[in-house]
Design a protein around this ligand. Structure first.
Ligand code: APR
Length: 314
């Protein structure tokens, strides 16, 4: 039997992800949205599933307005919520998306109590905290997707700058999925060589700045947030989990002492396998990078403290 993946939120990120999942033929998929969206999730799923013949995929793709058909999913991806509009920071979505994430998490717990939950909704690290608080699941099963996206953006910028294939670039981006993102040049390599040995400090600063602003640039152009690459990045996580790859990917994980930080969600290198986060890999950081991680943790901690004070949203 194929593994089952539920995607909650049939908008840009959710639908793009379902299309990619279907193409693999490896998993059965359910796409859920609120009843107010009418037949939209079903319509999108029919459209996707009808490509099975030309794409050589036997995956079933079901659209739904409730959680009945999502029962016993192995993986649930939470993309429900509002995206950014021009001029907005991810943090400005905090209250409104916390409510949505809480209510979706409650439905997931009863439908798929053993699932691994991948959170995509922004502000990412804070939304992971909401999902963890609501599900009360162990941290290995509540993971945020952000660092893969930020690293992918940085890899593209470095590849273009150096005129080499993006396949030769491996970027390490930790911290928050926001202003306090922590690109780690010392652990960012091209063909195994740290970029600190290949690029001038000013060039590194330039690509890092563009990477941090990468999401906002797209929001300015699209008037909504990115979705093709975010969906591709969630795929990377799902494949690592269902194939039990133990692949190291930067993900938002609830820290329990790693990097000297505790009780806070933050982007760190995570070994992803069949149990979700198998462990966190601590990369060596220099003083500047460590200080940036501390600052990032403080920013998320403030949001978590704010959420702790607010009653569990209805
Ligand atoms: N349950 C299920 N779906 C919901 C709920 C809910 N309680 N509330 C909202 N949704 C659905 C909306 O109906 C919409 O179809 O979530 C979907 C969101 O889709 P888009 O508006 O297209 O947003 P998208 O670009 O997919 O981004 C979703 O991911 O990357 C983040 O910042 C982004 O927080 C945003 C989220």
């Amino acid at each position: 039997m194929k593994q089952k993946v539920t995607v909650v939120g049939a908008g840009n990120v959710g639908a793009s992800l379902v299309e990619r999942l279907h193409t693999t033929g490896l998993v059965d998929v359910v796409l859920v949205d609120i009843p107010e969206t009418g037949g939209m999730p079903k319509g999108k799923c029919l459209d996707i599933e009808q490509g099975g013949s030309v794409l050589r995929s036997d995956s079933s793709v079901i659209g739904a307005a409730d959680y009945e058909q999502t029962k016993n999913s192995d993986i649930v991806v939470l993309t429900a919520g509002f995206p950014r509009k021009p001029g907005m920071t991810r943090e400005q979505l905090l209250d409104i998306n916390a409510k949505i994430v809480s209510s979706v998490a409650r439905q997931i717990i009863s439908a798929s109590p053993k699932a691994i939950l991948i959170v995509v909704t922004n502000p990412l690290d804070a939304m992971c905290f909401v999902a963890l608080r609501e599900t009360k699941w162990p941290r290995n099963r509540v993971i945020g997707m952000a660092g893969i996206l930020d690293a992918s953006r940085l890899e593209r910028l470095i590849a273009q700058k150096l005129g080499v294939s993006i396949e030769n670039v491996s970027a390490c981006v930790l911290g928050t999925h926001g202003e306090t993102m922590v690109p780690v040049p010392s652990a960012t390599t091209v063909f195994g060589v740290p970029i600190t040995k290949l690029m001038k400090e000013s060039e590194i600063a330039e690509v890092v700045q563009k990477c941090v602003q990468g999401g906002a640039e797209i929001v300015g152009l699209l008037k909504t947030s990115a979705y093709y690459t975010p969906a591709a990045c969630v795929m990377e996580m799902i494949m690592a989990i269902i194939k039990d790859k133990r692949k190291i990917l930067p993900c938002s994980v609830y820290l329990e002492g790693e990097f000297g930080l505790k009780d806070v969600y933050l982007g760190v290198p995570a070994v992803l396998g069949k149990n979700g986060v198998e462990r966190v890999m601590e990369v060596p950081l220099n003083d500047q990078e460590k200080a940036a991680m501390d600052k990032a943790a403080k920013a998320v901690q403030e949001m978590q403290d704010y959420l702790k004070k607010s009653p569990v949203p209805a």
